[in-house]
Design a protein around this ligand. Structure first.
Ligand code: DGP
Length: 114
């Protein structure tokens, strides 16, 4: 999508600190980190939110999930733990309309969710 900031990051048209990219997904550091480690993992294809997930996206969705522990190990937070968040829609407080998985760690998260 031409006016999507995350599509532009995937394409390399907007700079980002990319940690991983393959044919399905891209991972980069959040511009406004809420924890010592705050990474966004996104599908390369434009999906506005998790509501757009369909069976043909299973490979990308699976890659997003399996990449998370790899990046957590790379960031040395796998043992201490981390939180994966997939905000969806207005009530989910999703601000950027390109589906993204937050990987947050390096500090103790607040409990409970919400
Ligand atoms: P959400 O509220 O779940 O839609 O979170 C969107 C996140 O995206 C928010 O933590 C800030 C981040 N973000 C927004 N614009 C940019 C950008 O241009 N570059 C990077 N690296 N992160 C961005």
């Amino acid at each position: 999508m031409t006016d999507c900031i995350f599509c532009k990051i995937v394409a390399g048209d907007v700079p980002a600190t990319k940690l991983y990219q393959d044919e399905l997904v891209t991972a980069f550091r959040d511009i406004n980190p809420l924890a010592p480690t705050h990474i966004l993992i996104i599908p390369n294809v434009h999906l506005a939110s998790a509501n757009d997930l369909a069976p043909e996206h299973a490979a990308a969705a699976g890659r997003m999930l399996t990449l998370a522990p790899e990046l957590a190990r790379q960031e040395h937070i796998a043992e201490s733990g981390y939180r994966l968040i997939l905000n969806t829609g207005a009530d989910g407080r999703q601000e950027v309309p390109h589906m993204h998985l937050h990987l947050l760690g390096g500090r103790r998260m607040q409990h409970p969710l919400g």
